[in-house]
Design a protein around this ligand. Structure first.
Ligand code: SF4
Length: 124
């Protein structure tokens, strides 16, 4: 089994949380324009390795919203089909919605989250 090549996409640097150790910025940070996703597909057009895993990371990637993922996922899945892409997302889950969950389920996207310890440490 070949080791996947990992690509990370950060749809926004924003996050609704404010962990003291994190560089992430405020919730209202701009969201990646879908043109950037198209540019990623074009940029990788000659990339022949497979499989690739594309992870949506942040900031808090759910802040990009359903509209972003409804556009980005088919663009990446079809545009990089030769690379056999799979997807993942790392999120604090604060903004998960049934709509987003359904979109992610449609692409079999595993959802990673973390609890860093007891409440006082996690909240810190
Ligand atoms: S939840 Fe994650 S992205 Fe958000 S401030 Fe905390 S460590 Fe940073």
């Amino acid at each position: 089994m070949k080791t996947p090549f990992h690509i990370m996409i950060i749809p926004t640097l924003g996050c609704p949380s404010s962990c003291k150790y994190c560089w992430s910025s405020e919730e209202g940070s701009p969201v990646m324009n879908i043109k950037v996703v198209k540019d990623v597909v074009a940029w990788l057009s000659d990339f022949r390795y497979d499989p690739v895993t594309i992870t949506f990371h942040g900031g808090e990637p759910l802040l990009a919203g359903s509209s972003f993922y409804r556009q980005a996922l088919p663009l990446l899945a079809k545009g990089l089909a030769k690379n056999k892409p799979s997807f993942a997302i790392q999120t604090n889950l604060w903004r998960m919605t049934p709509e987003l969950a359904k979109i992610f389920a449609g692409y079999n996207i595993p959802i990673g989250s973390s609890i860093d310890g007891p409440e006082d440490i996690t909240d810190y």
